[in-house]
Write a protein that binds this ligand. Structure first.
Ligand SMILES: [Zn+2]
Length: 122
């Protein structure tokens, strides 16, 4: 993982937190799935710290109208406008050891421990 970018994310976000770390990890996976030339959008279940993690890694944001909230969903759906299939990220409930730092865990866990990634019909 890109620690330099993570440090920048913490600076931009204003604090280090689990939501930011989770968004950051999703952003990294999104960059592996889509081509750099594709303009990726997301529909997400709520607007919170996770959004900044996604934005800083991918450039998806409210201000460039590629980020939308739909409170009726429980997934993060990434897609390119005009395509009929995107990718849904479903977060897992994380099992943390007592006293463990969630941020360190989220940054270190294997992808499959954090979320499922499946094709999604738009
Ligand atoms: Zn936060």
């Amino acid at each position: 993982m890109n620690m330099e970018l993570w440090d920048l994310a913490v600076k931009a976000h204003g604090h280090e937190c689990a939501g930011l770390a989770f968004g950051f990890r999703m952003g990294e996976e999104v960059k592996k799935i889509f081509k750099p030339t594709e303009k990726v959008h997301v529909i997400m279940p709520g607007y919170n710290c996770v959004a900044d993690g996604i934005s800083i890694v991918t450039g998806i944001s409210i201000s460039n109208q590629t980020m939308k909230v739909d409170k009726s969903i429980d997934k993060y759906i990434f897609y390119v406008a005009g395509e009929d299939e995107g990718w849904a990220f479903t977060p897992h409930k994380l099992q943390m050891a007592e006293g463990a730092d969630p941020v360190t865990g989220i940054l270190a866990f294997a992808r499959d421990m954090l979320f499922d990634i499946e094709p999604y019909d738009l």
